[in-house]
Design a binder for this molecule. Structure first.
Ligand code: GDG
Length: 471
């Protein structure tokens, strides 16, 4: 690919810093190849008394190797409406099927649009005619439409990292037609799963009267957009490298020593209501109650890293989780054994592979998840001779690919407890077989496959009709 790549996402990460994780590494790799630009919010919020004005923001430029990082500050008013308000108070819950948690009754949408316009205005002068633009996630759905309105004719792709719900759930969003119409300003739409892609095409036909013009292309509003499923993966080698590095190995040895008599279960999630943490705790409580052999022999380490604490639904889930963990330990704990070790903190990335490797079972049981990378990291970190077992929600995008996991319905407490018990008791031979199947899948569809295949299709997508303003 000879064109320069321009990545746009809400947050920008320095691709040279490994702590940023697989996605930043993969995007950094691609950006480094051709020299590229990464554009997004600086993470800085300017209060009104410091001169923060809605719809405006200072631009910062920083060279990171071959990659130019360009970031924009946001005023308090813009941040609260665009980020906390619309992106995380409306789109995140609705796209995760939680209409009950969405706060529609506000002017957030104006702020959301204002920030997308600000991004378009600041990005446009930096663009060269043959740049390929790759926009990420729900914060930036109207960005292509705003760029087109300013005359941008570049090829623009969009990847949605979170699920896309069925049309009747989407239709609950006031202004959903505007939002989905904006998607037609892109040249390529990428979704995590076939199910999400199906929801887009169902919406496009039912609500936008789009026509299927073949080869994954849909025509509506005088534009043709290509849509496909591009399940995201991890950088398997990078993660296995971390597992073999000093911090990863130290963590593994310490955990193995500490839990030599007991089987370890692990959960690693941002503290988010989509991750099904209370349901997971209830299933674990059911396990201890219904399978007495697990008492005193199984310990669950749950890391729930702090996330979006300024959004109120997140403090509710925190309290629910703390009270469940407390009651499980209170009811089942012994003087020398606590069933749950719960941490509301972020663990250093270098330690995660060691923790995964020392665990017999991973509990990845979201109520909805675009993909879920923890499931793939757990698989990558295992010892193939003595691997752990993945218990995976059928409602994670990853379940479409990871058929050798034990798939569960996280709303079914007894069923999930039975699957966890099965995972704890699984014979070595079956663990190896399942792990082999899972490894094949995460290796084949790794993060490089994801990047390359998306950019290949975007490179081929017809840009003939670009330039039409859509809002
Ligand atoms: C969105 C979609 C999709 C977690 N706790 C700690 C920590 N993590 C790391 C994990 C993993 C990442 O964060 C979480 O990725 P997920 O995929 O599980 O979930 P989201 O953050 O919700 O991501 C999701 C993803 O985008 C990519 O498209 O898969 O469906 O919701 O890498 O390891 N990392 C460290 N400490 C922690 O405490 N260092």
């Amino acid at each position: 690919m000879s064109s320069r790549l321009v990545v746009v996402s809400n947050r920008v990460a320095d691709p040279r810093k490994t702590a940023a994780g697989g996605l930043a590494v993969a995007l950094g790799d691609v950006l480094n190849k051709t020299g590229g630009l990464w554009f997004g919010w600086s993470g800085k919020v300017i209060e009104a008394e410091q001169g923060g004005v809605a719809g405006e923001g200072e631009v910062h430029t920083h060279q990171a190797g071959a990659v130019k990082l360009v970031t924009v500050d946001l005023s308090r008013e813009d941040h609260d409406a665009y980020y906390a308000g619309y992106s995380n108070g409306v789109l995140w819950p609705v796209f995760h099927y939680r209409l009950d948690l969405a706060d529609f009754d506000t002017g957030y949408i104006a702020g959301y649009r204002r920030v997308n316009q600000l991004f378009a205005r600041k990005l446009l002068p930096l663009l060269q005619p043959d740049d390929i633009i790759w926009v990420h996630d729900y914060h930036l759905i109207p960005l292509a439409a705003e760029l087109r309105a300013l005359g941008c004719a570049n090829r623009i792709g969009f990847f949605l990292h979170i699920p896309l719900p069925p049309p009747l759930i989407l239709a609950a969003i006031p202004g959903h037609d505007w939002l989905i119409r904006a998607l037609f300003s892109f040249d390529l739409l990428g979704f995590q799963s076939k199910a999400d892609l199906g929801h887009f095409t169902a919406y496009a036909q039912a609500e936008a009267h789009a026509q299927n013009v073949g080869e994954g292309r849909w025509r509506a509003f005088n534009r043709t957009v290509h849509a496909g499923a591009f399940p995201i993966g991890i950088d398997v080698d990078e993660f296995q490298g971390l597992a073999q590095a000093k911090e990863g190995l130290d963590m593994y040895v310490r955990m193995k020593e500490e839990y030599s008599r007991r089987k370890l279960l692990v959960g690693v999630d941002r503290l988010d209501y989509s991750k099904g943490l209370p349901q997971r705790m209830r299933a674990f409580r059911e396990l201890l109650a219904s399978y007495p052999d697990t008492r005193d022999s199984a310990t669950l380490i749950q890391i729930a890293s702090p996330s979006r604490e300024d959004v109120s639904a997140y403090s509710d889930i925190l309290h629910e989780l703390e009270s469940l963990c407390g009651s499980i330990n209170g009811n089942f704990g012994e003087l020398d054994w606590m069933p749950v070790r719960y941490m509301h903190r972020t663990v250093a990335r270098a330690r995660l592979p060691g923790l995964y490797r020392a665990s017999r079972v991973a509990l990845v049981t979201p109520l909805r998840d675009g993909m879920n990378l923890v499931a793939k990291e757990f698989i990558a970190a295992q010892d193939p001779e003595d691997p752990g077992v993945l218990v995976l929600s059928r409602f994670a995008g990853a379940a479409e690919q990871l058929r050798d996991a034990l798939l569960v319905n996280p709303y079914d407490t007894a069923g999930t407890a039975a699957a966890i018990h099965m995972a704890l008791m699984m014979p070595l031979e079956e663990r190896r077989e399942r792990h082999q199947g899972l490894m094949n899948s995460i290796r084949r569809y790794d993060v490089h496959w994801w990047c390359d295949s998306f950019l290949e299709v975007l490179g081929e997508a017809s840009a003939e009709e670009s330039g039409t303003p859509w809002l």
